[in-house]
Design a protein around this ligand. Structure first.
Ligand code: BGC
Length: 809
């Protein structure tokens, strides 16, 4: 029956009236169907009448069966029925995404005429989605403009960068990844989705799944670090938190896997720069998180600003069509990054905006964010026969599919609920979850003298450092709707935690940037004249314990915030060393959006916590760890280099033909090393201490040989040999000794975060089969190759125990 739909119905005869649900008048029928209903009453003959009947049937049957999966027959037919009604201009409109002027992440013309023109476009069905329009009221108004005025009343979707929380702010993603706690990470994304969805946001441009090895690149704060396996697990947890398994749920929002692909490899860590790596790295390092998300139902993928092999990512047929849409069967849609289709001209890849539109649509980019390339040129490209209408149809279909799955055709205002918005934002419950996730994200880097945990009865604590009283920096970059200065500072956290008998004295010590800075402008760092030093030193001299905050302000990392110098800014280190001279009991609390290179700090700070930018509840979470209410359990998701000149330094490197270790190398020169620094990082991937100690024993494999269709068990006993309960992240690494393409010296292939009580022993078991050992081989197939493997378990990527495993054919 469905094959009989006449998709060529004469659209010129459709003198459609505006029709849409009025506020409060929920009818449960999508607008296109309503229009059809009206037409049926008027024009009851010919093929068009049949289209209407069928569409109405589809609408009813679809809602009877309910829609929960990505590809659902009912949905596909509904999509087709709407597509059949659309003019070419309306189709192109669906592919167009505009920004509101509420919040911008790129240049947006401000003159009113322009904005008015955009509003007209919205009314005429010329916009499929908006970004940066946020709030129940604002989105309601924008949605109303679209659905009440446009011919078909197709609802629009509202995208926003909900990167680590919406109003309740969670740790920056790099920090959350340090928790290695997938449940916590999922709960963070869930809370963000509950809040964002109540404020009209249908779609978040997260998670960023770029595997990053270069801390100069400011956007490492948005990712999960340097490892594709950890990155994949974290990405899945975040996607599940945002989308749940039912996109039509009241608080489900679409997630975005970004940036496809290779963006974190920007040369020299300079944002938006060119990238260059081979297929081996593409398949084994860059693509795995994208593949996992695409195959698990992520709704959208955003391509990246960079080129790869000279092809801008949004014009890359191989990436977008051959891999993502064909090989992985991705059924969501691809959005370009801000203005990036237009930027093909700067890349020297297209001569003008029209050619950019051509490249983007033909190579698989479905929606255009803020380039106006499709809006201005796609209709004419189709009319001239340059672009096949089926190419446009495919993109529109993908977008309509998501709108149906979100339930927007049933109720376009479902996300714009003023009451729900007032009830769910920044609640005590959400803040409690943010505190919990934040404390789990903290990494205990050094605790050489067991100074931590502190007693709450200590008589005097000197809190030092501009960042310690800073209520804004903990919110980090990309803080969505988090209110400026709303975080619990470290100072406030300490004050709230200690008993009455403890005196807490604060001195600023050093200065950092002036003002709060703005997303779009560089920070201003005036010279620190050292006038705060004396008071801080005095404060430290008389205290039992000093807690000194050092690090980066919120906007020193993030998009467009690349740095060649990733040491501590200003005179922080100098003051730290002065403080150490008068008081040995110093706890350094590092706050940053990236690994900081500062060997002297790591050497001198015998007690050091890495606290990233932890979000709304930062101060409380740090205090939980400082005073032992929570035993730290975080592990580094990214290596900390010893020197900037080492970058990139990462644990899963391939062995050179002349492997070396560092200066001298036993007197030899011609080995892969630096003459002035070791090869190893300051802190390795996976490093993180606890207030207790864990001992690994009885490491065994159920068999030292296996075939391709067998699974073996790897087990190890982990004993909490200290006197405090604690969580340990038990890590499983492999090494493939010899393969058709070189394999890294270590690759993470499993981990388990487990709570072990003091004195208790737990047996941790991992299953290993061919997939655990597989990789994209020289022939570009995913497979395991027979031979010898090392299987390693341990507490970080360096301290591991090793057993050998033979994989037979
Ligand atoms: C960023 C994206 C972001 C987009 C929308 C771009 O500049 O690269 O990650 O989602 O802006 O704000």
């Amino acid at each position: 029956m469905f094959q009989e739909i006449d998709y060529d119905a004469d659209k010129n005869n459709q003198k459609l009236e505006t029709a849409w649900l009025k506020p409060g008048g929920f009818l449960g029928v999508h607008p296109a169907i309503k229009i059809l209903g009206k037409l049926m009453a008027r024009k009851k003959s010919g093929s068009f009448y049949m289209v209407m009947q069928i569409a109405l049937f589809i609408s009813i049957s679809g809602s009877v069966f309910g829609q929960t999966q990505l590809i659902y027959p009912g949905i596909e037919q509904k999509v087709d029925s709407v597509l059949a009604l659309m003019t070419l201009e309306e189709k192109v409109g669906q592919l167009n995404q505009h920004s509101g002027s509420w919040d911008v992440t790129g240049p947006i013309p401000q003159d009113n005429e322009y904005v008015a023109e955009r509003a007209e476009l919205l009314k005429n069905g010329g916009v499929g989605s908006m970004l940066n329009v946020v709030g129940a009221e604002a989105t309601y108004e924008a949605q109303k403009l679209a659905v009440e005025n446009s011919r078909l009343g197709i609802p629009i979707i509202f995208g926003f960068d909900v990167i680590h929380g919406f109003k309740t702010i969670f740790p920056i993603p790099l920090g959350e990844a340090a928790s290695w706690d997938l449940e916590a990470i999922e709960s963070s994304a869930r809370v963000a989705a509950i809040e964002a969805s109540a404020s009209g946001v249908t779609w978040t441009f997260a998670p960023m799944v770029d595997v990053g090895r270069d801390p100069r690149w400011g956007r490492v704060m948005e990712g999960a670090g340097e490892d594709p396996y950890l990155g994949t697990q974290v990405a899945l947890a975040r996607m599940n938190g945002f989308q749940t398994d039912d996109l039509s749920g009241e608080s489900s929002i679409m997630a975005t896997a970004k940036h496809f692909a290779g963006y974190a490899f920007s040369e020299a860590g300079r944002d938006y720069n060119t990238v260059d790596f081979g297929r081996h790295t593409l398949h084994n390092i860059v693509l795995p998180p994208f593949e996992a998300l695409a195959k698990s139902g992520i709704a959208t993928v955003m391509n990246s600003f960079n080129d790869l092999n000279g092809i801008p990512a949004n014009g890359d047929y191989y990436l977008q069509r051959t891999i993502l849409k064909e090989a992985w069967d991705f059924d969501g849609f691809i959005i370009s990054d801000w203005g990036s289709i237009r930027q093909m001209i700067n890349h020297g890849y297209s001569r003008d905006l029209k050619q950019s539109a051509y490249h983007a649509i033909t190579s698989g980019n479905d929606m255009d964010m803020e380039s106006e390339a499709y809006q201005r040129h796609l209709t004419e490209l189709v009319e001239e026969g340059e672009v096949d209408i089926e190419t446009v149809n495919e993109a529109v279909r993908r977008i309509l599919r998501m709108k149906f799955l979100l339930g927007l055709f049933d109720d376009p205002y479902k996300y714009s609920d003023v009451e729900r918005e007032a009830a769910v934002l920044y609640t005590d419950e959400h803040r409690a979850i943010a505190r919990d996730v934040a404390k789990r994200s903290i990494v205990l880097m050094n605790n050489e003298q067991n100074l931590l945990p502190l007693s709450k009865e200590v008589s005097r604590i000197a809190v030092i450092g501009n960042l310690a009283a800073d209520k804004d920096t903990p919110l980090g970059n990309w803080r969505a709707r988090g209110e400026t200065e709303s975080a619990v500072s470290l100072l406030e956290g300490i004050e709230a935690a200690v008993g009455e008998n403890t005196e807490v004295t604060y001195t600023e010590g050093y200065t950092l940037a002036e003002g709060t800075g703005s997303f779009a402008f560089p920070l201003n760092f005036p010279e620190d004249d050292g006038s705060g030093f004396e008071a801080a030193i005095e404060n430290a001299r008389n205290a039992d314990v000093v807690v000194m905050a050092v690090g980066e302000e919120a906007l020193q990392s993030g998009e467009g915030r690349s740095l060649v110098d990733i040491t501590l800014t200003g005179r922080q280190l100098e003051l730290f060393k002065e403080i150490k001279k008068v008081n040995e009991n110093v706890v350094a609390v590092l706050m940053a959006g990236r690994p900081i290179v500062e060997p002297e700090l790591y050497e001198e700070a015998h007690t050091l916590l890495n606290t990233w930018h932890l979000g709304s509840e930062a101060g409380h979470a740090i205090a939980d760890v400082l005073f032992g209410d929570y035993n730290p359990s975080g592990k580094l998701p990214m290596s900390v280099p010893r020197a900037i000149g080492q970058i990139p330094v990462y644990y899963n490197f391939k062995s050179p033909g002349r492997p070396g270790t560092g200066p001298g190398d036993d007197g030899a020169v011609f080995w892969s090393h630096f003459n002035d620094e070791l090869n190893t990082p300051e802190y390795s991937f996976g490093h993180g201490l606890s207030y207790t100690t864990f001992e690994y024993s009885n490491f065994s494999l159920s068999s030292s040989a296996m075939s391709m269709d067998e699974t073996i068990e790897v087990s190890v006993d982990v004993t909490n040999s200290g006197d405090m309960d604690g969580e340990e992240v038990v890590q499983l690494y492999i090494r493939d000794h010899f393969a058709s393409a070189m394999r890294p010296v270590k690759e993470l292939r499993g981990f388990e975060k487990v709570l072990i009580e003091a004195g208790e022993t737990k047996t941790i078991t991992f299953s290993v089969n061919w997939e655990t050992l597989a990789f994209y081989a020289a022939d570009e197939t995913f497979k395991a190759e027979p031979g010898m493997f090392s299987i390693m378990v341990g507490s970080n990527s360096v301290d591991v125990q090793v057993l050998e495993l033979e994989l037979a054919r």
